[in-house]
Design a protein around this ligand. Structure first.
Ligand SMILES: Nc1ncnc2c1ncn2[C@@H]1O[C@H](COP(=O)(O)OP(=O)(O)O)[C@@H](O)[C@H]1O
Ligand SMILES: [Mg+2]
Length: 309
């Protein structure tokens, strides 16, 4: 038995002169909710298209639950569910009719099929809209139906490609609920996004991908441990004494904003010393905001670029 759901070694894929995957190595543990984080063009969708057999790799190897992945192997295919970035649904048909159609493609029929349709509609929180045509759905509802379709055959590994892009906040929360339910059930999920704060909320492991390569991989706390404990300190107040601002700069570089001074901690910065100083200055604790590093900062450090261009 292997504890790894999916392992990639040295995956390469080019489209003409464009290198989409440049020797990608990745191991996704069983039961992990795994975030694949990277900007547009990083290679996230290409990776998923190789796993799901929509395209062939130029080089490298993929292992699914310890077995070499073979696109022609139907039994293996049934262990994978895929909710693609570009929604594939029949808009003139109802939600239920779409699911029946996809279910048949997976070889489901009769009572087994209708039970699964009921179950995935429930998971996607779409039961009350099952009879409505997809063209009347919001973007977020289509996303959820897209995920539901990928769950019909009860896959052990779900690949979910940027499910929250272009979705309103309320629908986004509904998608999170669906994903969190799958996570609670112990399904292995590979989830791609370029929203780092989403990953911080959902994922227990992440890989940061850029230019078809993994730049960092691990659990989020561990990855953030490599960064300074404090990313920035913001001191609020429109009328800070000049002397206070001057004294602030002993802790690092100060940038003055409209109602806030932002401190980028310098070498040897100690939060305890800073707090003691702030108290001595008579600064209100609620006006001192300590910003911890996030995955966004890690990405910036690794690539020198912002994640969202
Ligand atoms: N079918 C294709 N033909 C040509 N170029 C492609 C194709 N698919 C992807 N690419 C290119 O490969 C790179 C990685 O794309 P992709 O995997 O879609 O990135 P992501 O999903 O992270 O945004 C990009 O430069 C993209 O333009
Ligand atoms: Mg993509």
């Amino acid at each position: 038995m292997t504890d790894t759901a999916l392992a990639a070694t040295g995956l390469r894929k080019s489209f003409g002169d464009t290198v989409a995957l440049d020797g990608l190595d990745l191991a996704v543990p069983k039961g992990a909710f795994f975030g694949l984080l990277g900007p547009n063009g990083a290679g996230k969708s290409t990776f998923m298209s190789l796993v799901t057999g929509f395209q062939d790799a130029d080089d490298g190897q993929l292992l699914l639950f310890g077995e070499v992945l073979d696109p022609a192997d139907t039994a293996q295919k049934l262990r994978i569910g895929f909710a693609p970035q570009h929604i594939a649904l029949y808009k003139e048909l109802s939600a239920e009719a779409n699911l029946v159609l996809f279910g048949r493609l997976y070889g489901l029929s009769g009572r087994g099929l209708s039970k699964r349709v009921d179950a995935v509609l429930e998971t996607a929180r779409l039961t009350d809209r099952r009879g409505d045509r997809v063209k009347t759905f919001s973007g977020g509802m289509m996303r959820r139906l897209n995920i539901a379709a990928a769950l019909l055959h009860e896959p052990e590994l779900l690949l979910c490609d940027e499910p929250t892009v272009g979705v309103d906040p309320q629908s986004r929360n509904a998608i999170f609920e669906t994903l969190l339910e799958l996570k609670a059930r112990g399904m292995t999920v590979i989830y791609s996004t370029h929203y780092m704060e989403e990953a911080e909320r959902l994922c227990d492991r992440v890989a940061i991908i850029d230019h078809g390569r993994i730049l960092a991989e691990g659990d989020i706390d561990g990855l953030l441990d490599g960064l300074p404990a404090v990313n920035a300190v913001r001191v609020r107040g429109s009328e800070l004494e000049e002397a206070t601002v001057a004294a602030l700069s002993q802790f690092g570089e100060v940038t003055a904003g409209e109602r806030v001074h932002t401190l980028a901690p310098g070498e040897g910065f100690r939060l305890s010393r800073f707090h003691a100083w702030a108290e001595g200055e008579g600064l209100e604790p609620r006006d001192v905001i300590v910003e911890r590093p996030t995955l966004e900062h890690l990405f910036l450090q690794l690539t020198g670029r912002e994640l969202r261009e």
